[in-house]
Design a protein around this ligand. Structure first.
Ligand code: IVH
Length: 692
């Protein structure tokens, strides 16, 4: 739509306009151009804050000269374009945006504006997090979830009901009728928690697929996926924060009192099983208190399980909300208080190639140090060669960097408009940068590997992983000491930790009696760590903490794992074929068994915590759950099976006795149908088995 020349010209004009206000038509052109970059190309050239500044200048000019307002002005519409693949449906009430504020003065000014619009001085404000995910609108009719729709252009969105139904925290049924509510439209945000985002990315990486950039993209992308089962795997959450439309039946008035305020509406939703903003009861009677709350919240944003990019302040009383009304763009009764930006631009200086404990070679960008959200970023993982290629990164590029919460920083993109022509291509090495062996890339994977298991880089990384916090947690022997001892020949492998020569170490600078004693104690204590930590610490490919726990629960001693076949490993909970093959390979390797024997001889705990089976009505029977069950959550159903003596399997095999199926059961059901001995039952049959 915009040619390269035009882009350059409009960007230059943007810079000019950001400095000086200018003519209405120029402003509109520039805003339309940035909307196109943001909404259509998903490739903004300016920050939200800069966009807002331009938007507000236009709004100001139009307010001063109402005659100049045209129907196609960016101020006169709600949003952007639609995804054609889903059916488009109209929202009952347009989904507006929020006006933005960036500091206390902005909020104080907003308070003044609100006070000028309402007929009372007693105004209560609510304040809650501004969730950084994908907005949705849910409609319930006669207590049933009838529809879930994306924001779309604000007037109409994509019908993504099937995908919304995969989100565990969205009730498919809620007793609105108890409150006399017949039809209701609720607004909220679909999110992926930071923890699930990390886990999901680990899963992708294990499959050699490049990781997703941030939880926001993960949530938004998930809503548009074709396969509902894949949506479920992403373990999304939905937080509901606004009732936009409601019809009530006059006979019951229980809801009417609650619906009079925003905080009451949230209470009503929470009471019906919806997730609502955590600080739902936060209401304030003065804007100064709101400011203090928002400022304090910003310091704690990283403690939340999901990303937030600010706070939303709302007039609490719905009657007063109606008195303030809305513009075509945003309601006047609400405002977003945006936290400090977590994006910044910097220069890509060089790319290093690091060898991990499994031999994976990761390109790491070294950038000109840049402050983002209170942290200085100098190094950024680029994950694999494909990412470099897809983003077309070059040495010398100015790059846009984002750091969201405790999500690791990443390069959003190079700012190609700023290239001078002197940028250099990034060349991926053909040989291991540490041991010089040729690198290999297994078929279907995105990662180049050094397959020399004695490669020094891998050995050191394995020891570092073994002593790390979530593994054996030997604090005094952190990464720096492992590297130091290794380079001095004092530590050569994992068992070496338990045979350190303390006389030699005491000769090193910084190792007085006290630190040696600390080190000795920490190493001694690690011998009693539970087996799951030892298994995790071994750094077996694809074996994370969860798998390590499953394994340790399945054996009385670590050496028993060697007796499992690939198929038997696969039957353990949540262990897929890749993971089982990798575990099998590790325990068939006699060098590894020898290492474990040495560790055992040094006094390390190798006993597992396999429990006697719980006797119960389901004793001796195996279960697998698939699809969405009508009333039980998956985890609760699995717990019921286990509590009653049943055993859970993770895949369909001859050893499976019962497949409990729910809505949209997929490939597991098809596979089970082919094995005659498997009984295919539904939730009710299952509950009957345990007499519920
Ligand atoms: S209230 C009519 N509350 O942020 C106003 N919106 O950037 C209804 N958002 O369009 C919105 N957290 O999608 C509201 N606690 C919150 C929110 C929130 C995130 C989204 C919402 C809005 C966008 C504006």
């Amino acid at each position: 739509m915009y040619m390269k020349e035009q882009t350059k010209m409009l960007q230059a004009l943007t810079n000019e306009l950001l400095k000086n206000a200018s003519s209405i038509e120029e402003l509109r052109d520039v805003l339309r151009f940035h909307e196109f970059r943001y909404y259509i190309l998903n490739d903004p050239l300016i920050s939200d804050e800069q966009y807002d500044r331009l938007y507000k200048s236009l709004e100001k000019l139009e307010t001063e000269n109402p005659k100049l307002i045209t129907p196609d002005s960016p101020t006169q519409r709600v949003g952007n374009s639609l995804n054609k693949d889903f059916i488009t449906v109209a929202h009952l009430v347009p989904m507006l945006s929020l006006d933005n504020s960036y500091n206390s003065q902005d909020l104080i000014d907003w308070d003044k504006r609100v006070r000028g619009l309402v007929n009372t001085e007693n105004i209560e404000y609510s304040a809650e997090p501004k969730f950084d995910g994908a907005s949705i609108s849910l409609i319930y009719e006669n207590d049933v979830l009838a529809r879930g729709v994306t924001r779309g252009d604000g007037v109409a969105g994509d019908d993504v009901t099937t995908n919304i139904r995969q989100i565990g925290s969205v009730p498919l049924f809620a007793k609105f009728s108890d409150y006399g509510i017949e039809k209701i439209e609720i607004r909220g945000e679909v999110l992926m928690t930071k923890e699930n985002f990390k886990k999901y990315n680990l899963m992708l990486e294990a499959d050699g697929i490049p990781p997703l950039a941030n939880p926001r993209n993960a949530a938004a992308g998930s809503l548009r996926m074709k396969d509902p089962a894949a949506v479920r795997k992403r373990r999304l959450e939905a937080i509901l924060y606004h009732i936009s439309f409601v019809t009530t039946n006059q006979k019951k008035s229980k809801g009417s009192e609650l619906l009079k305020t925003h905080s009451g509406s949230l209470e009503l939703l929470a009471g019906l099983g919806f997730k609502t903003p955590v600080h739902k009861k936060k209401v304030f009677n003065a804007i100064e208190k709101v400011v203090a709350f928002c400022e304090d919240f910003e310091t704690r944003r990283d403690n939340l399980p999901y990303e937030i990019d600010g706070m939303v302040i709302k007039v609490n009383n719905v009657e007063l909300q109606q008195q303030t009304g809305s513009t075509t763009h945003h309601p006047r009764w609400a405002i977003a208080y945006k936290f400090k930006a977590r994006q910044a631009s910097s220069q890509l200086l060089k790319v290093d190639f690091q060898v991990g404990r499994t031999g994976s070679v990761t390109p790491v960008a070294k950038i000109e140090p840049v402050h983002i959200g209170g942290v200085t970023v100098t190094s950024i993982s680029l994950f694999n060669a494909d990412v470099i290629e897809e983003k077309d990164l070059r040495i010398g590029d100015t790059v846009l960097v984002e750091r969201a919460g405790d999500v690791i920083p990443y390069i959003v993109k190079p700012l190609t408009e700023l290239r001078t022509g002197k940028e250099k291509k990034i060349i991926f090495p053909e040989n291991c940068p540490v041991c010089n062996d040729p690198l290999v890339k297994p078929e279907g994977e995105a990662i180049w590997r050094c397959v020399n298991i004695n490669c020094e880089a891998q050995v050191v990384e394995r020891i570092i992983h073994f002593v790390s916090k979530d593994a054996m947690d030997i604090k005094s022997l952190g990464e720096a000491n492992v590297r130091k001892f290794y380079s001095l020949g004092l530590l050569k492998n994992i068992p070496g930790i338990y045979k350190l020569d303390y006389d030699e170490i005491s000769k090193l600078e910084g190792f007085g009696e006290k630190s040696i004693n600390n080190l000795k104690t920490a190493i001694e204590v690690s011998k009693t760590q539970s087996l799951n930590r030892l298994i995790f610490g071994l750094g077996i490919r694809y074996v994370g903490e969860t798998t390590a726990k499953v394994l340790s629960k399945s054996v009385e001693s670590i050496f028993e794992i060697a007796n499992f076949s690939i198929e038997e490993l696969r039957e353990l909970k949540d262990i897929g074929s890749k993971v089982s093959e990798s575990i099998y390979e590790f325990f068939q390797n006699q060098d590894n068994i020898k290492m474990l024997k040495t560790l055992e001889a040094a006094g390390i705990m190798t006993k597992g915590d396999k429990k006697e089976e719980v006797p119960g009505t389901l004793s001796g029977k195996t279960f697998l759950f698939t699809g969405t069950l009508p009333t039980l959550k998956r985890g609760d159903a699995e717990k019921l099976a286990e509590d009653n003596g049943g055993k859970l399997l993770s895949s369909v095999s001859n050893n499976l006795n019962y497949l409990v199926t729910g809505d949209s059961a997929g490939s597991k059901l098809e596979k089970a149908k082919k094995i005659k001995t498997i009984k295919i039952i539904d939730e009710q049959d299952f509950l009957n088995m345990i007499h519920i």
